[in-house]
Design a binder for this molecule. Structure first.
Ligand code: ATP
Ligand code: MG
Length: 264
């Protein structure tokens, strides 16, 4: 559809034809009313995200990144515009159906991990499955254990959140995002609280998940990270100013291996 480094402002996405469309948004707008003032946080955003893409979304503070991600993650609804997630129209769903859709289809990773305090990794990761009546208690434990192994925490399964480093806590949060086998993983500044070295180890994990077929949207204000994703969307004042394919993402593992080892 588009050449490398070509700026486009609307769908279809640059990976058109490669995988099925997981997310499709059209002319998405979100206004916030504060007192008698209206903040236009999103001012007409359109794109498609296809299965297997690793998309970074960037932009300065206040450009609308979290607003967009919260809508994509079914935590918020747009003022206007269409949103299709894996074939379902989300923008007009009831609150309850939206909550179920969020639970089954979205894995969310936050900057501050959002783990239950003083609760084990296993229990934190089991949590999203508690809302799924078709999963038995033993299945739940097994799925949670597998997700923790997938993020490299097989030896921290019974540690409590307050007994782990920031990087380990973020891995638990990523395992929790994976446990329901979501169609997409949404990360909001997932490396924002971490030192450089730990950030690259988490970025390496995201690249591994991507190479195993996961579809990922990773919001960050750090422009350096665009080099590690397969597509980068830049927002400014609630609008897309560029949408670029990266044919040759850098290896986060290589960057990690080349960092000095003494600030861990
Ligand atoms: N609940 C809200 N009520 C009022 N205004 C809001 C609300 N949430 C966001 N905004 C405004 O919408 C705009 C976009 O905010 P948003 O949080 O999406 O930015 P961001 O790109 O995620 O910024 P940052 O990099 O600082 O996290 C900002 O001007 C913000 O002040
Ligand atoms: Mg934000």
């Amino acid at each position: 559809m588009s050449d490398k480094n070509t700026t486009i402002t609307a769908s279809p996405g640059p990976d058109a034809g490669k995988g099925k469309v997981i997310i499709s948004i059209r002319d998405m707008r979100r206004n916030f009313t504060v007192g008698d003032e209206t903040v236009k946080a999103l001012r007409g955003v359109s794109f498609d995200i296809r299965e297997g893409e690793f998309v970074t979304i960037m932009g300065k503070s206040g450009s609308g990144k979290s607003t967009l991600l919260n809508i994509l993650g079914c935590l918020d609804t747009p003022t206007s515009g269409d949103y299709d997630l894996d074939g379902d129209s989300v923008a007009h769903m009831s609150k309850n159906r939206r909550a179920v859709t969020r639970n089954r289809k979205i894995g969310f990773v936050f900057q501050n991990y959002n783990l239950l305090p003083k609760t084990t990794s296993l229990e934190n990761v089991e949590l999203p499955l508690l809302y799924n009546p078709s999963v038995s208690a033993s299945e739940r434990r097994e799925k949670a254990r597998k997700a923790l192994v997938a993020v490299g925490l097989e030896n921290r399964i019974n540690h409590r959140s307050n007994q782990m480093s920031g990087g380990q806590q973020q891995r638990v949060a990523i395992a929790r995002a994976l446990v329901n086998d979501p169609v997409i993983i949404l990360a909001d500044e997932a490396t924002g609280n971490l030192d450089t070295r730990t950030s690259f180890s988490i970025l390496t994990l995201f690249q591994e998940l991507h190479s195993r077929g996961r579809t990922i949207i990773f919001v960050t204000h750090n422009p350096e990270l665009a080099a590690y994703s397969s597509r980068n969307i830049v927002l400014r004042d609630g609008k897309i100013v560029s949408d670029t394919v990266n044919e040759h993402p850098l290896s986060a593992k290589e960057a990690y291996d080349n960092l000095p080892k003494d600030n861990d």
